[in-house]
Design a protein around this ligand. Structure first.
Ligand code: 3H9
Length: 698
């Protein structure tokens, strides 16, 4: 046997290949070589059936992603898979945990498949900018039909073991419990029944439901998969599988897989995969820090944010109490929460019974005394320092001494909020994004005195409630909103300099942003920024880059909610339409501020907006507000609609090359005279040393 990660054992007349490659049994070179060696052994021994199973928490979760980008080593996965499918004795795959990507492809090549309840089976390669590259695109449609196969591969979403049984993806749903025992019993039964080899590749793909099925499917997913290469290839390959044998299909699949694997977008998506996991790990706390138990939670404020936050905890089964100043406010907030759940029931996300259980976990009160014993309080009141400090003073006086106090501020100084209490080490920022029950991102703000265990507790709690948490430091706007500021400012300046809202938005959307900056402003409501500027003491229309937004608000153009903002909105379809009134207004304001107007190209728009993000991101890293470039990327990807396949602003900077980034920044400095284009010292330093931002990884 070549490596200990794969063991082969003959138990009676069952040959058992056991893969043990923690944490997720990924198909590293050692595993592939080990399986090949085990197959050789099993070929000539007395085994009558070969069982492939895994040790640990899961079946194989896929190819080893860390090996992509390295020189491929033989045997490759397709060769291993071919050896399994062509094995002269029946092969049974026993699944538990997650059978994903190459892992499911191994199972598809086996002649029989069984799984314990709770197993999830999927081909999620598309999330890494890839397609299944070891026969998945050819074998899955042979087992489950073209429609389901496409659905699974294009969405990347796994199916449950129960569903897999219905689909014919597995042959047997085992009893819950020890997979090894149950699978061996099934293996013995197959032998007793004289089960024969049954190569999936020899099956014929059932014809698609309609003649124009593939064209319709392509058109149907075009918008959702905008910018991605893999989905188009997956459709092509499934269509190909309908007309060709497995060998031809796998040949084309291999070509397309290699093209995807070598593409910049797969590199970006692989970066995102690892960055997402890295940001959950705190590097700057003592190694022996332990998280504190959080069994009960209170949320102060039952507005949109507070209600959404309460839903996050209730959904995770953590009892939560909503606190408001009046019963009327509570009733209103709870009404919104209830109606959100009604929508979820309508969409089939929850059953009514589940919703009833969840709602039973949400209590409400107008009396702080009722939350004196909770483990954690999250304040989600009006974004105003005095108001927040007042709440924290009250919480400090009421809540038990070891209760963690979190503030859901998006901009304010968490140190100043913590200072209102006698327990600043227990205070942490928890910047949820709106709608809080939907958005995955959570910036966990470590204030000067936040204790390491409090930070760790919040990071772990975030995972429990299904959030992607990024630890950030204190500064105005933390990571995301601080970067957004420069980005939004450029959008405003571009308008005054000659671009139209629709040109700016279209250029950014074509580049991959989920929504252009002005459309985002209209969606969020222009009054939010307006109020924040007034709170900061900035007089209306006194600043060039917010004069237009201020004027729009004063014209009662608040964005989508008032039917008009940078655009006019169709009351029925809510579709945005350019508005000549805004065009004229922009020209007026530009004249007032003596801005020379000129034709602006899309490339300049994209450059200015993305470079603003990159330059600010580099400053944020230099100040230690974010620990890793990947952390900055994760914030921007999950909170601001940055295209995942570009990897995030910091990854994008490395993709462009820091020399190029600096050259562009300097050219903009020259063109506009704006000091914001002064390259961040960190960029200059790294470029000078011939390094990348990624090299800053801890
Ligand atoms: C593929 O299969 C291509 C083939 O079609 C064709 C080939 C020719 N490789 O997520 P977690 C690490 S593409 C290497 O925190 P969970 C992960 O980085 C692949 N490492 O745990 C982390 O490391 P660390 C298709 C991997 O329980 C640790 O395992 N498959 C891989 O929350 C724990 O991960 C996929 O896309 C891997 N494939 O979730 C599945 N997977 O501790 C990708 C994980 O150092 N994986 N690691 O940070 C997942 O979706 C989740 O990891 C999984 C477990 C659901 C399995």
């Amino acid at each position: 046997m070549s490596e200990a990660v794969v063991q082969y054992q003959l138990v009676g007349d069952i040959g058992i290949i056991r893969i043990d490659n923690p944490p997720v049994n990924a198909l590293s070179h050692a595993v592939r070589a080990g399986v090949m060696a085990a197959l050789d052994q099993a070929r000539t021994d007395n085994s009558k059936l070969l069982l492939i199973a895994c040790a640990g928490r899961t079946f194989i979760a896929g190819a080893d992603i860390t090996e992509f980008g390295q020189t491929p080593r033989e045997p490759g996965l397709p060769a291993v898979i071919a050896a399994i499918e062509n094995f002269p004795k029946p092969v049974l795959a026993a699944l538990h945990g997650t059978a994903l990507g190459g892992g499911l492809e191994v199972a598809l090549a086996a002649h029989y498949r069984c799984a314990v309840p709770g197993t999830r089976l999927g081909l999620p390669e598309v999330n890494l900018g890839l397609l299944p590259g070891a026969g998945g695109t050819q074998r899955l449609p042979r087992l489950v039909g073209v429609e389901t196969a496409l659905e699974m591969m294009i969405s990347g979403t796994p199916v449950t073991a129960g569903r897999a049984l219905e689909l014919g993806l597995i042959d047997r749903l085992l009893e819950d419990g020890d997979v090894a025992e149950a699978a061996e019993a099934y293996a013995r039964q197959l032998v007793a029944d004289g089960a024969a080899v049954r190569p999936t590749g020899a099956r014929v793909v059932a014809a698609p439901p309609t003649a124009d099925f593939f064209d319709t499917y392509r058109a149907g997913i075009a918008r959702k998969t905008r910018g991605l290469i893999a989905p188009g290839f997956i459709i092509e390959l499934v269509e190909f599988a309908c007309l060709h044998d497995i060998e031809q299909g796998q040949k084309l699949e291999r070509e397309r897989f290699v093209e995807c694997r070598n593409s910049p977008q797969s590199a970006a998506l692989r970066h995102v995969f690892f960055a997402e996991r890295a940001c959950a790990k705190l590097t700057n706390i003592p190694a022996d820090t332990r998280a504190l138990p959080v069994k009960t939670v209170a949320v102060i404020g039952a507005g949109t944010m507070g209600g959404g936050i309460a839903m996050c905890f209730a959904n995770a089964g953590i009892p939560v109490t909503l606190v408001e100043t009046s019963q009327e406010n509570l009733d209103r907030g709870l009404g919104v929460v209830r109606s959100n759940y009604e929508t979820s029931v309508g969409r089939g996300r929850y059953t009514r019974q589940q919703v009833d259980t969840i709602l039973a976990g949400i209590r409400s009160t107008t009396d702080y005394a009722d939350i004196a014993g909770v483990d954690l309080v999250i304040e989600a009141v009006f974004e105003n320092m005095a108001v927040k400090q007042e709440v924290f003073r009250k919480l400090d006086a009421t809540c038990k001494a070891d209760c963690i106090l979190a503030t859901n501020t998006s901009y304010l100084d968490v140190n100043a909020i913590a200072a209102a209490t006698g327990r600043p080490e227990r205070v942490v920022g928890a910047h949820f994004f709106s709608p809080a029950n939907v958005m995955k991102l959570l910036e966990v703000v470590r204030a000067e005195k936040t204790a390491p265990e409090v930070l760790l507790t919040f990071m772990q709690l975030a995972k429990t409630i299904g959030k992607i948490a990024v630890a950030v430091g204190v500064c105005h706007g933390f990571v995301g909103n601080r970067m957004l500021k420069g980005y939004a400012r450029q959008a405003q300046l571009l308008l005054l300099e000659g671009a139209s809202p629709e040109q700016v938005d279209a250029a950014m959307e074509a580049w991959g942003m989920a929504m252009g900056p002005l459309a985002v402003g209209d969606l969020a409501g222009l009054d939010i920024g307006y109020r924040s500027r007034r709170d900061q003491g900035i007089e209306s229309r006194s600043v060039k880059e917010s004069a237009l937004a201020d004027t729009l608000v004063e014209m009662e153009r608040l964005g989508q909610k008032s039917g008009a903002g940078y655009y006019r909105y169709d009351p029925e379809t809510r579709r945005r339409q350019p508005d000549p009134e805004v065009t004229a207004l922009i020209a007026d304001i530009a004249a007032q501020w003596h801005v020379d107007r000129r034709a602006i190209g899309d490339e300049e728009i994209v450059d200015r907006l993305t470079l603003a993000l990159i330059n600010e991101g580099a400053a944020i890293l230099a100040e230690g507000i974010a620990a890793r470039p990947g952390d900055v990327d994760i914030v921007y990807l999950n909170g601001y609609g940055f295209p995942k396949w570009r990897g995030g602003p910091m990854f994008h900077a490395d993709s462009l090359g820091l020399e190029t980034v600096i050259g562009k920044l300097q050219a903009l400095r020259e063109l506009t005279g704006d000091p914001c284009w002064e390259p961040a010292p960190l960029l200059l330093q790294l470029a000078g040393e011939g390094r990348t931002l990624a090299s800053l990884k801890l």
